[in-house]
Design a protein around this ligand. Sequence first.
Ligand SMILES: Cc1cc2nc3c(=O)[nH]c(=O)nc-3n(C[C@H](O)[C@H](O)[C@H](O)COP(=O)(O)OP(=O)(O)OC[C@H]3O[C@@H](n4cnc5c(N)ncnc54)[C@H](O)[C@@H]3O)c2cc1C
Length: 333
Amino acid sequence: MKINKEASLKKFNTFNVSETANCIYEVEEIIQLKKILSDIKGQILILGGGSNVLFTKRFEGTIINLRNKGINVIRENKDSILVEVCAGENWNDFVIWAVENNYGGVENLSLIPGNVGAAPIQNIGAYGVELKDIFYSCSGIRLNSLEEFEMKKSECKFSYRNSIFKTELKDKVVITSIKLNLTKSNHHFKIAYKELKENLSNFELSLKVISDEVIKIRQSKLPDHKSIGNCGSFFKNPIINLSKLKKIKAEYPDLPSFKIDSNKYKIPAAWLIEKSGFKEKGSKNVGVYENQPLVIINRGSASGKEILDFANEIKYTIHNNFNIQLEEEVLII
Ligand SMILES: Cc1cc2nc3c(=O)[nH]c(=O)nc-3n(C[C@H](O)[C@H](O)[C@H](O)COP(=O)(O)OP(=O)(O)OC[C@H]3O[C@@H](n4cnc5c(N)ncnc54)[C@H](O)[C@@H]3O)c2cc1C
């Protein structure tokens, strides 16, 4: 275990901002985690890869960076396998492991940054698949009582980029591992997403072919956070009702929309942001990514506060232009 007092958060967040915290514990063992949780007083933040967090000020508390490792097979038969993955595993390393072993279900989620323990928090999703599609349960510890728990999928209240861990259980638990159901045969290849469908129409499908294509598409659209600080999509795609959709479409007939049900439509926040001219706005330090305006980027030395101010300017403008309230996907601290 490593303890960093008066620590810089720069290497702990993919926005690459230089805030500080009272203390950061880098914890590899659950037994150490329990000891720290029982000793610490004050505010606690559990941190994985820091790829969905914007620090806008000093964190006056303790950060626990969970780094426990391991992938264990719980049970399997000829068609499926239940695996338990420790929270500190890198998500994409786990996807690579699954694809290499021909275990299906996570290939569309290739190259999402961050750690396994954070995957249930916002029910990570990409290219037509969400974590909930393969999720079985997660295990963890309650921060107030130190009681261990296992929560099944039905208890986690998963929805679009949301779960019980962002609502009722926000800041109340640490997830130590998750269990996922993967296929061993009769894989359900999911290529309904437009670009996947087009690019893979002449290929014989396999988990590796899909994973490679997802990686190719992601690399063409998203900045690599190792060179350009960012947290992926800053806002969720808004869901609006039919009457609002009709109203906006009357003025902007080219507004894309995806039907969820007869009265609910998801619209791309990226479109709203681009239409509001934000590709040309921003400053020397902050802006939106040219290939994907939903991604706010740190152009070098932005502070968290500068990034937040720019995000708020986007929110304000979208509300003025379209009467739509954008909601952050990223946790603001
Ligand atoms: C370039 C880029 C692309 C991205 N693309 C996608 C995408 O396609 N789809 C998508 O869904 N997301 C995407 N993201 C967002 C991000 O990668 C995911 O949300 C990821 O799951 C965050 O993992 P993390 O370990 O970095 O979490 P962190 O940023 O460290 O934490 C995020 C939240 O989870 C909590 N948390 C973390 N670990 C635990 C734990 N063990 N127990 C309890 N709480 C915990 C934190 O307190 C915080 O509230 C992208 C980000 C980047 C930078």
